[in-house]
Design a binder for this molecule. Structure first.
Ligand code: NOJ
Length: 538
């Protein structure tokens, strides 16, 4: 077994300013040539990640799963999905990353499990099974019980309830699933649910995992009265006070370790005051900053998103997180090239035009902006290569339940999950076998080996900016100080380092005395071109 923290110098609050790289294992690198990314693939690329300059890896779920929702339907937390490897290999991977000073974060999904989880199978097999009490089974409404118990809808579209069939073939009760029907919601008021998750946390912490990413963190607690309709101000299944008890217990477990473990939550909440409640001293260490991620490429809008984020986190001395993308969201290089570059799940439609060159130019500038902000930085695999969203996947190739459940209206999230290109001259751009999602034409031009040979590539930019970020003390401990700037520019200092981002199309003058540390595109003499960012030493 791996000893926790091997090869890592103890630095308790590492998460406050860490660079965390998100690995969607299926699409990262395929070590055994079967077309699905795996742990062997990740192990073979650890030097790449170390050279990139990341401090930690967040693995989206790698556990046994029927993959009805890309692994967020967990069948068994103590087993690695055989498509990815096995537990011994996960332990080796954690240790090999630690030898390079890289920590590991795993994903825990408290809201639901897979419908193939032994608890749910037992609950389905027998209407009187005690396992029913671990979920939300209820009789239907209406004369024959053929209306769902409430009118709630699933986040993936369609009703949030599915009716079961009893073993004798007659229609049975309904069960709640806020996501796909293959993801039944757990009832967290049941102590067995709490105990099991406490055990799962220890299982992974004991294997050297440094942190937990908490999936859909605001969802697990439900109003036991299950109101049929949802009033505007009521939140029967989102952000209920009881949910905080879960994270207080998890924090206690994280703090039991001599090198304390961290918790980072996926908390999509518009209300800042309610958002920061997840970051109180005895709860999580961080939560994803979706406001920054979904804000369009606009100086005023992004400045105010940054200001709100900083103010909210300062109010409780928590450290913010910054991310341009993840496995659920349209890639930044495509999003920022659209006339409306904001992101919302509702607006994610087929056929919204994008200017690819402009999008990439802005995504590179956004990387500099995000990396200069106080807090931790999360990078989604492939964003360091400037990968675009793949928007023309053939319908038969789509795998994301979001597509099917929306009746084909939403393209789903496959387009940001295309297997990475590693070597331009190899089949499948060096990913491994025939990729589980098809790579588009031209993918190999974005391959890692090609970008490593090009000093102007997006990968070269990321490697440089992460190296400077690591070395510049001001980017770790100096507060952010806003500087006066024109309407299309965001300007702030961290110590003697100035970060300037020009959102306009015209160039802007740089300060008279400075030394350029890095820019997202070549400067225009002494001027910063449009859609470009730079870090300057004053
Ligand atoms: C959030 C995850 O990021 C997403 O991929 C998943 O579909 C939902 N939670 C449901 O688990």
């Amino acid at each position: 077994m791996v000893v926790a923290g091997d090869g890592i110098a103890p630095h308790e609050a590492w998460w406050r300013d860490a660079v965390v790289y998100e690995i969607y294992v299926r699409s990262f690198a395929d070590g055994d040539g079967d077309g699905t990314g795996d742990l062997a693939g990740v192990r073979s690329r650890l030097d790449y990640l170390s050279d990139l300059g990341v401090d930690a890896l967040w693995f989206t779920p790698w556990y046994l799963s029927p993959l009805a929702d890309g692994g967020y339907d967990v069948q068994d937390y103590r087993v690695i999905d055989p498509a990815f490897g096995d537990l011994v290999e996960a332990e080796v991977l954690i240790a090999e990353a630690a030898e390079r000073g890289i920590r590991t974060i795993v994903d825990i999904v408290p809201n639901h499990v897979s419908s193939e989880h032994p608890w749910f199978r037992a609950a389905l097999a027998d209407p009187s099974a005690p396992e029913r009490a671990l979920f939300w089974f209820r009789p239907g409404r209406g004369e024959n019980g053929d209306l769902p118990p409430t009118e709630w809808t699933s986040s993936f579209g369609g009703p949030a309830w599915t009716r079961t069939t009893d073993p004798d073939g007659s229609p049975g009760q309904w069960y709640l699933h806020l996501f796909a029907p293959e993801q039944p919601d757990l009832d967290w008021s049941n102590p067995a649910v709490r105990h099991e998750h406490a055990d799962v946390l220890r299982f992974w912490f004991d294997r050297g995992v440094a942190g937990i990413r908490v999936d859909s963190a605001a969802f697990p607690a439900k109003d036991p009265a299950l109101p049929v309709t949802i009033d505007a101000d009521a939140h029967p299944h989102l952000d209920r006070d009881e949910v905080h008890e879960i994270y207080r217990e998890w924090r206690t477990i994280a703090d039991e370790y001599s090198l304390p473990r961290m918790l980072v939550g996926e908390v999509w909440l518009a209300d800042d005051e309610r958002f920061v409640r997840y970051l109180r001293d005895d709860e999580m260490h961080g939560a994803f900053n979706f406001e920054f991620m979904v804000t369009p490429w606009d100086a005023d809008a992004l400045r105010s998103a940054i200001q709100r984020t900083l103010a909210a986190h300062e109010s409780i001395s928590a450290s913010p997180t910054w991310a341009l993308g993840n496995h659920d969201v349209t890639r930044a290089a495509t999003r920022y090239g659209r006339a409306d570059s904001s992101f919302s799940f509702d607006a994610k439609r087929f056929g919204t035009e994008t200017d690819a060159a402009l999008g990439l130019r802005r995504a590179r500038a956004a990387a500099l902006l995000a990396a200069a902000l106080p807090g931790s930085l999360y990078i989604y695999q492939g964003d360091e290569l400037g990968l675009p969203e793949v928007e023309d996947l053939p319908l038969h190739a789509l795998r994301d339940p979001m597509h099917e459940r929306s009746g084909g209206v939403d393209p789903g999230r496959d387009g940001c999950r295309i297997p990475l290109p590693w070597t331009a001259s190899d089949p499948a751009s060096g990913f491994g076998g025939d990729p589980w999602l098809p790579q588009p034409d031209g993918w190999s031009e974005l391959a890692v080996d090609r970008q490593l040979a090009d000093p102007l590539s997006t990968l070269a930019l990321y490697r440089s900016l992460l190296r400077i970020r690591r070395d510049e003390a001001a980017l770790h401990d100096a507060p952010l100080e806003w500087m006066p700037s024109d309407a299309h520019t965001i300007a702030f200092r961290r110590g003697d380092l100035l970060c300037l981002t020009n959102f306009g199309s015209e160039s802007v003058a740089l300060p008279l005395h400075h030394r350029l540390l890095i820019s997202s595109a070549p400067l225009d003499g002494e001027r910063l071109p449009g859609d470009c960012a730079a870090w300057l030493r004053l």
